[in-house]
Design a protein around this ligand. Structure first.
Ligand SMILES: C[S@@+](CC[C@H](N)C(=O)[O-])C[C@H]1O[C@@H](n2cnc3c(N)ncnc32)[C@H](O)[C@@H]1O
Length: 339
């Protein structure tokens, strides 16, 4: 697809964020060379869970690769995709897709651009291998330390017999693969010319670390952006801020979902571009991006007015919940979440 055709697709902008409604492979093929300075993305981990067929099953609550948990005590947990059901052909398709995606991405990146791709321990080795073959340089992994309720269970229907056994480890982290396009010259040369080639420190005396403490996405965010794979602002803001070493350039999320990465970029003061193929999620993102980006700032505004009205005790800043969720990162300021 040519740039002109891609530009006729619907798009939406808010602040410095632009979201396109189309397939990211088509979009990338029309993108000018050396125009993207970093990628932060959360693609479909097993590829098939966001196919039209599996999304139809999810919406009609018929399962497929999505595990639909039963309602318990009136509370309903979110559906989760199952990666243990992927066949050898599914894994080969995953490898082909990420190789093709990496190849399509490469020309659009400036030298030294960071590429951060969320994955799952069961399939991350395939995605990482495909991206390395596509020409990206592996730079490690960022660990999102998050305690989910997945895994750790005893064998199904034999709980008592095997009371001391967990079939799978209880998941306590999520890999975010870190790659980059190779540098032109030394890091300092690349930084001067392209503004890329490193990671932004949370503060002058603290290096960017590869473990970021997180929490499952808070209910208040899930209500603003009901996407089955929504990632929390607090985590995304720390990560997105880190991928532009000098705080200059454009961050791309080619699998934008509800637009949470774009919202995080907006909150830390960066320009961003997103691409989302599913019309429902594109529509969702239009309303979610402004609301997610404003999280924290609305809270600070409310607290400022409460303080003015004397309803907040002096010396107390953000509410307990505000402190837990991290608040707005501020233009270029470090969110206080990097561990
Ligand atoms: C794991 S979700 C991302 C969720 C996002 N992190 C959030 O917080 O909302 C992946 C998204 O990629 C979209 N997607 C899948 N294949 C795509 C493609 N080829 N081009 C563009 N979007 C795609 C899916 O519709 C889905 O919304």
């Amino acid at each position: 697809m040519s740039r002109a055709t891609a530009d006729r697709r619907p798009s939406f902008s808010y602040g410095r964020a632009v979201l396109h409604h189309c397939d990211c492979l088509e979009w990338l093929r029309g993108e000018p060379a050396s125009s993207i300075h970093a990628v932060v993305t959360d693609p479909p981990y097993g590829l098939s869970e966001y196919s039209p067929e599996q999304q139809r099953k999810l919406r009609s609550r018929r399962g497929g690769v999505w595990r639909i948990p039963p309602a318990f005590d009136g509370a309903e947990r979110s559906p989760l995709p199952r990666f243990t059901v992927l066949t050898a052909e599914d894994l080969a398709a995953l490898d082909r897709f990420f190789f093709e995606w990496g190849r399509a991405l490469m020309p659009a990146l400036v030298p030294g651009a960071n590429v951060v791709v969320a994955s799952h321990p069961l399939v991350s080795f395939i995605v990482a291998g495909a991206l390395a073959r596509a020409g990206l340089e592996r730079r490690g992994e960022i660990v999102r330390l998050v305690m989910t309720m997945r895994g750790g269970d005893r064998p199904k229907a034999a709980h008592e017999e095997f009371a001391g056994v967990s079939v799978m480890p209880r998941s306590m982290w999520e890999p975010w693969l870190l790659f980059r396009k190779r540098l032109q010259g030394r890091a300092q040369d690349n930084l001067r010319r392209w503004k890329t080639g490193g990671l932004r420190r949370p503060s002058d005396d603290k290096p960017f670390g590869d473990v970021i403490r997180s929490a499952p996405t808070h209910k208040s965010e899930r209500e603003l952006a009901p996407h089955p794979s929504l990632k929390p602002q607090r985590f995304l803001r720390a990560l997105v801020r880190g991928v532009l070493p000098l705080g200059e350039g454009v961050v791309l999320d080619p699998f934008a979902g509800s637009g949470s990465t774009l919202a995080a970029a907006e909150a830390v003061g960066y320009a961003s571009i997103g691409v989302e193929r599913d019309p429902r999620y594109f529509a969702l993102a239009r309303s979610a991006i402004p609301r997610l980006a404003a999280l924290g700032s609305e809270r600070s505004e409310r607290e400022r007015s409460e303080r003015r009205a004397g309803t907040v005790r002096p010396g107390r800043g953000r509410s307990e919940r505000g402190r837990r969720e991290g608040g707005r990162a501020g233009r270029g300021r470090a969110p206080a979440v990097q561990s």
